[in-house]
Design a protein around this ligand. Structure first.
Ligand code: C2O
Ligand code: CU
Length: 485
């Protein structure tokens, strides 16, 4: 049971984090508490995190769920409100929650040992801060492989001046599931790997094969397996906003809505110039907002096939005047695939003037020993008490007001979905009009490829930058940026 004495605010938790208290972000936490006091401190949501036995693919496995469902309870706010979520840890392990893609005060960011002490079993933590953005985000545990066990959920912020018009607002949350305990799978990875034996694996749109680490037992769409899929009926002729969230541990999905074009209107919560496609690849951690019109008499399978595996997640969207067709046929992905180099922001994204700083970030690894690194180093494993940060952790020191450019160089045959906390960045692909480089928080760096991004340093603190493949992150594929006001 959580009682009042165990309710800590992030500010109260700060002194436990050792080295973190050197950083002056306590002021923003104090600010947050002051605002909370002024607006009334009742949480809008309470998330109770607990171990739960589930069996979507016929084998009972231990999940970790927020309010008892996979994905966890959806959080919905309106821009301009305060984010106010009380997290109660009813699990036997410590945890934190991270609000993926949100620009938060550093102490609300949910990274154990870096921005907060973990929430110990039986304790609770109140996350609260002003919301600056709108769009499609998600939340997940940032401890160990808890995310792989379902500790995640949708997070949507509505815009009171929403420029898009649609009749239905629907969240589509994609996950991958492993029947065995993640620690056991990690042991296998470290002693030579797990056999991925897909007979006819789904490939990238250009026909290339896609390397994966984990032979998942199944894939879920809004928590449901393909043989008992999520089905949604809408009024004939409805315009639907689909908020597609890749909440997987490490799967990339190729997605299509049978027979209907997809109008891409946002990427990672940020509006893009509308772009019509027939299918797209969504990297781990990313989101796409899509507009589709469901004609009278239509039933359309929503296919989300995991690249490198021969499995798909499935949903069905149909007009209410037509029965749902839900047999899990194999998708062929004909037509136009989304080319991310054609994505442009809806407006100018040029950064404010400021001195520039540049880093080359080399992504490397060794599949045999299961080591994943950035600039030749792994982020050290947290000590049992999460007490502070190990001295060999890689921090990039930057300065408030700088434009920081990162050249991400992938020296491995695997993709890495790279995610920066506390900021959005511009993706600087060659050949694109730099004035409208799209904004994202997670970018996929192709095997042996290179991607450049830049962000403006205007949110002081210690910010994690890491691969969002849960298995790569678990063995330390991470660094941090830090700066003061
Ligand atoms: Cu979505 Cu550091 O995480
Ligand atoms: Cu990676």
């Amino acid at each position: 049971m959580v009682n009042r004495r165990t309710l800590l605010t992030a500010a109260a938790a700060l002194p436990l984090t050792g080295a973190a208290s050197v950083w002056p972000t306590a002021s923003s936490a104090a600010e947050t508490s002051a605002k909370l006091g002024a607006r009334g401190a009742d949480p809008r949501y309470r998330l109770r995190l607990a171990e739960t036995a589930i069996a979507p693919f016929g084998v009972t496995t231990e999940a970790r769920l927020a309010n008892g469902t996979w994905p966890g309870e959806p959080l919905r706010f309106t821009k301009g409100e305060s984010f106010r979520v009380l997290v109660e840890n009813a699990m036997a392990q410590p945890t934190t929650l991270h609000w993926h893609g949100l620009i938060v005060p550093n102490l609300q960011d949910g990274v154990p040992g870096l921005t907060q002490a973990p929430i110990v079993p039986g304790a609770a933590l109140y996350y609260a801060f002003p919301l600056q953005q709108s769009g499609t985000y998600w939340y997940h545990s940032h401890v160990g492989l808890q995310l792989q066990q379902g500790l995640s959920g949708p997070l949507v912020i509505e815009d009171p001046d929403e420029p898009l018009s649609y009749d239905e607002d629907i969240t589509v949350f994609l996950s991958d599931l492993l029947n065995q305990a993640p620690d056991q799978a990690m042991k296998a990875l470290k002693s030579g790997g797990l056999p991925v034996t897909a007979e006819t694996p789904y490939r990238l749109p250009n026909g290339e094969a896609f390397a994966t680490d984990i032979p998942y037992d199944g894939l879920l769409l809004n928590g449901r397996p393909p043989n008992d899929p999520w089905i949604k009926a809408v009024k004939p002729g409805s315009r639907v906003r689909l908020r597609l969230i890749n909440g997987s541990g490490s799967s990339y999905f190729r997605v299509a809505l049978e027979g209907l074009p997809l109008l891409v209107v946002a990427a990672d919560g940020e509006p893009v110039a509308p772009l019509e496609v027939d299918n797209l690849v969504i990297a781990t951690g990313q989101r796409y907002d899509l507009l589709v019109t469901v004609p009278s008499g239509g039933s359309h399978r929503l296919h989300a096939a995991a690249l490198g595996l021969d499995k798909q997640a499935l949903g069905v969207l149909h007009a209410s005047d037509s029965p749902a067709k839900s047999e899990p046929v194999r998708p062929t992905f004909d037509g136009r695939a989304l080319d991310v180099s054609l994505l442009a922001a809806a407006g100018e994204t040029t950064l404010p003037e400021g001195p520039q700083r540049r880093f080359e970030i080399v992504l490397s690894g060794d599949m045999q020993r299961y080591i994943w690194q950035m600039n030749g180093k792994s982020w050290p494993e947290a000590d049992a008490n999460f007490a502070g940060i190990a001295p060999d952790a890689v921090f990039h020191e930057i300065t408030y007001g700088e434009r920081v450019r990162l050249d991400l160089v992938n020296r491995t045959p695997m993709v890495h979905p790279m995610h920066l906390h506390g900021h959005v960045f511009r993706v600087l692909n060659e050949g694109r009009d730099p004035a409208t480089a799209p904004l994202r928080d997670t970018v996929s760096v192709p095997p042996n490829g290179k991607v450049s991004i830049e962000f403006f340093a205007d949110n002081p603190g210690q910010w994690f930058f890491h691969c969002h493949n849960a298995w790569h992150l678990a063995v330390g594929m991470a660094q941090a940026f830090r700066y003061m006001v």
